[in-house]
Design a protein around this ligand. Sequence first.
Ligand SMILES: Cc1ncc(COP(=O)(O)O)c(C=O)c1O
Length: 476
Amino acid sequence: MSALYDEFKNYSENDLYPCHMPGHKRHALGAMPENFASIDFTEVDSLDDLHDPEGIILESEKNAAQVLGADASYFLVNGSTAGILAAVCASVKRNGKLLIVRGSHRSAYNAVYLRGIRPAYIHTKGPDEDGIYDAASAEDVRKALDENPDTEAVFIVSPTYEGRMSDIASIAEAVHARNIPLIVDEAHGAHLSFTKGCASDAIRNGADIVIQSIHKTLPAPTQTAVLSVKGNLADKEEIRRFLSIYQSSSPSYPLMSMIDGCIRYMSENSEKLVQNLHDNFENLLKRLEVCDKLICGPKIADLQSGKADYGKLVISARNTCISGKEIADILRDRYRIETEMAAPGFVLAMFTVCDEAYGFDKVAGALIDLNTRLEKYGLLAEDGEKPVDISTPLPTPVIRMPYSEAVDAESDVVSLSESAGRISSNIICLYPPGTPIVAPGEEIAPEHVTLIDKCIKAGFNIKGLEGVGIKVVKNG
Ligand SMILES: Cc1ncc(COP(=O)(O)O)c(C=O)c1O
């Protein structure tokens, strides 16, 4: 047996409850094969070819499109990452302009780099007192479009990692008024395709290209995802061409079979599964209303009005003197719950259609208990000061050089204190959540330096640094 297999198997036998991805929560629902090797093929006769499908793979993709409400769907075996790279590259010409939500996933930024795109940003409302930004609104998008009339495509994220959702129809209307495509990174929202009447189900509400990680919220294994298109603004041939560039030339047959299996399973069982998730999640939030110090969200009204996603529980650190990371450590060590993500201001616990009542009970019990103990443990806000105020908005980026040129330019590594006024060659972000503090080609402002310094001193994970220095454009 492999050393990795042994390690993973050992880990799977621990008593931690998984409030994190993948969405199957280790239940073999749908079409998860017991014997992996028996269906691990290559493009032999009759088994079709993902890069040029004409037979059973094409039929399965057509079935997926019909279930998801799309004109065409493409299976992704390299996650949403491959779909986002392909969608952006297929929609914007080299040197063209993309309007992109500032808090986008790094795959969208990588597409900007690879295609030599000029990004312009949609700034969404936030950060709130936990450090969380809203999903894009139609107003945010309209404002950015007015300032950037040469935009070739718009890229938004909905739901966000923290479960905020956009009103897709009104955004699509604003984007289509310019006759350009709307790309929605719905990596965290594959379940929305199975939620009847959902205003954030992007493909059914006017988006042109939608990318969904089915592995994040549905019963499907890691790396499985789907890209769907609708209407005439998406260039299907270019999307296929770029998918062939960004996906493996040996796509996994077991993964393809499980994408197909997951979609068929959900199309037959989603009504009950989604209803269970909604009931259990609302019930959890009702039980957590007794937590007067450890505030948990979203609000039930925001779930019901479609602003927030069923499944993303945000546990705020705002009334405590510790960070989200420390709360996540307590949840793991004391209550045996592994969460999805811990940011300075909050912890995110994820529930999917595969969670059972037991999981919701365990989390409710743990948080109610921890809420009563915060005072005794000396963890309340008045017991100590927070090292970083994460609710301060970042300065508006000043772009001094094209993004890709700044990444490829000759560079120097300078100390943080020497970096103010220089042009960054890297994305520098606090991770999680991953919104760039500064992106390649942008001037590093004194406020950036202060924030990065405070985050480092507080022990937060700042990505994009070179040791303790910053990579900047030489002579820039
Ligand atoms: C918002 C967002 N988009 C895209 C991705 C990439 O998805 P995948 O892991 O399926 O490649 C992620 C991954 O975490 C994400 O959070």
